[in-house]
Design a protein around this ligand. Structure first.
Ligand SMILES: [Zn+2]
Length: 276
């Protein structure tokens, strides 16, 4: 290599390094740290006209640079929730679940809406509310929806109690449901607040119920606007999502108003399936 060629090569490498650094400087802090630890940016190695002259950082690079920059891929979500609970539907289609009812005002409106849109859902019902409004539970079953035990009185700490107490609570709730609808199938159990414990999951399994977690939670119980609920659900949803909504426990105007457009969009993007 002539002196002139060597100078040109050095200048080219220098220019690429400086250029690379400028590119890096616009990246987020984490990206800079990662990339600097792994060697030069990809563009510094591609168009080099001179024989590859090892730079200090390239020499110490343990892995190919190409793997250092991964495009933003969504984090894969497991179909298994805490303590072996179920978090996804098992197919591409998503499922809707409504908790804390039945409620004399909101549940009929949710049922009307589901009937209008031709969608079936899962209702996680509370024993005391079932006792107060048994006809609504009968309507859920009559219209083809799935039932889920949501404890006797929405006890958030039930899972921390001794197993016999958990069992008595869940059995009392199932008894009340079957008083409303003799022979009703109760396929699922959902712990209030998602505060799953191994004991709660074990007892529900022994009673023939699958513990039903969720994958999408728009926090509709905090009463955000209908727009916020819809946007959160659509943004969080992915194939197989189980969506947590509420038909009881407070003013559900936001949830109701969010539903028509949200349900149509979920139908179009994924399809909606009934959990069984
Ligand atoms: Zn609840």
């Amino acid at each position: 290599m002539t002196h002139r060629a060597a100078v040109i090569s050095a200048l080219v490498v220098l220019a690429l390094l400086v250029g690379g650094r400028w590119v890096l400087a616009r990246e987020p802090i984490e990206a800079i740290a990662t990339e600097q630890g792994l060697g030069p940016p990809p563009e510094a190695t591609v168009p080099s006209p001179s024989p590859p002259e090892p730079t200090p950082s390239a020499a110490s690079s343990p892995t190919p640079t190409a793997t250092a920059v991964s495009p933003k891929t969504p984090k894969p979500r497991s179909g298994i929730g805490p303590h072996d609970t179920r978090r996804l539907t098992g197919s591409r289609k998503v499922a809707l679940t409504f908790d804390d009812g039945p409620h004399p005002v909101w549940t009929p409106k949710v049922l009307d809406l589901l009937r209008r849109t031709g969608v079936k859902a899962t209702f996680c019902v509370v024993g005391t509310e079932v006792r107060a409004y048994p006809a609504l539970v009968a309507r859920m079953i009559r219209e083809g929806h799935t039932l889920c035990n949501h404890t006797w009185h929405h006890e958030l700490d039930l899972g921390t109690k001794p197993e016999p107490e958990i069992r008595a609570n869940l059995e009392a709730t199932n008894r009340e449901i079957r008083k409303a609808v003799p022979g009703a199938k109760i396929a699922f159990f959902r712990h209030p607040g998602g505060r799953w414990t191994p004991a709660a999951v074990k007892v529900s399994r022994e009673l023939g119920m699958t513990s039903l977690d969720w994958d999408v939670d728009p926090q509709d119980w905090k009463k955000p606007s209908a727009d916020a609920i819809r946007t959160r659900v659509i943004n969080q949803a992915r194939p197989g999502s189980i969506v947590l909504l509420h038909d009881g426990g407070g003013d559900r105007n936001g949830t109701l108003a969010a539903c028509p457009a949200m349900v149509e969009e979920l139908k179009r993007k994924y399809g909606i399936v009934l959990l069984r």
